[in-house]
Design a protein around this ligand. Sequence first.
Ligand SMILES: *Cc1c(COP(=O)(O)O)cnc(C)c1O
Length: 405
Amino acid sequence: MTRLPIYLDYAATTPVDPRVADLLGRYLTREGVFGNPSSSTHAFGRTAAQAVEAAREHVAALLKADPREIVWTSGATEANNLALRGAMRAHARKGRHLIAGKTEHKAVLDVCRSLEREGCAVTWLDPEPDGLIQPERLAAALRPDTVLVSLMHVNNETGVVQDVAAVGALTRARGVLLHVDAAQGAGKLPIDLRTLPVDLLSLSAHKLYGPKGVGALYVRQRPNRVRLEPLLYGGGQEWGLRAGTLPTHQIVAMGEACRIAGAEMADAHDRIRRLRDRLWRGLAELGEVALNGHPERHWPGILNVSFAGIAAEALLAAIPEIAVATGSACASASNEPSHVLRAMGCDARRARGAVRFSLGRFTTTAEIDYTLEAVGTAVRRLRDLSPLWGESSGGASRAVDWAAP
Ligand SMILES: *Cc1c(COP(=O)(O)O)cnc(C)c1O
């Protein structure tokens, strides 16, 4: 028997892996390693500092980066703020222009908007209907005063994977910085910063089975050190880039979460791909179901679909024992149709009908099968009740083209 409720919202946050939680608990109490990592005069501090540096190596190893390129933050939101605000301030003499995708997470969009209010110019890149941003669009947007481009790796609503390598080749050739929000992709898809021309990259522990409230910003050191103006001033921690006493327990936990993610990545990907394909095949059998996002270039842990004739809220209300999302967690609070799907050219009805299923480390085949049963029953019932559906089904005057983009 499947345990209820079923969690299919791993893109919003993941549970902490029990192996990570065990370790975290050992860095809090008097019996554990509680010292301040900056207290270099005694063993309490030095032991904590060693744990922080070991964790830094795990995070760096996941990205094939150097440990000195990893700066601890409170999460991907702070990492994005530090990357964008820090780079625009440090390079103000070069220019005040930056470029970002329209399908970025709020934690990039809102930073860009705040920079706009402060006098920076932002060019917003439109995606294709499949969610991919064409490198040619970026090439056309680059200007002599462009300082930075921000483009996410895996989209949190659709799972679409941007072509970071192609974009990086363009920015590198033009001497423009490239920031990548990799909160959704890190630990799930391989990232090799020895070859990927990325200068700044944001991570979040709670998207990869670590705790909330900790993340990191990768800041390239070779061949050239990326200059950033810090957001926080204080004790000079993190080479002066991010002051504040390091939360050893959080950091150790993020390091362990990254170590596990790296070690298990290939197996996890295969498993999640199989579960996602099973879910998509089952949902597609219901008919008039559209996949939102590129059919191949996506991370399989995120499946975003619209059911013709059904509003997402109605479907969610009909399956209370299954935790799924409409759009992104942040957008669902505001009840606006997803900015990501709208940017991809979805009409409002299809965007409002979008449901995000996100799968992860603890998802089982039984959970997928239960979900298919429950969603199938709900979709058939809601369509039977819907006057719009009755009119349009079978008719040629369907207002929406439900074929996948
Ligand atoms: C979750 C998420 C964030 C925010 O990360 P926090 O660590 O919660 O601040 C930023 N970008 C993307 C793509 C995310 O999925």
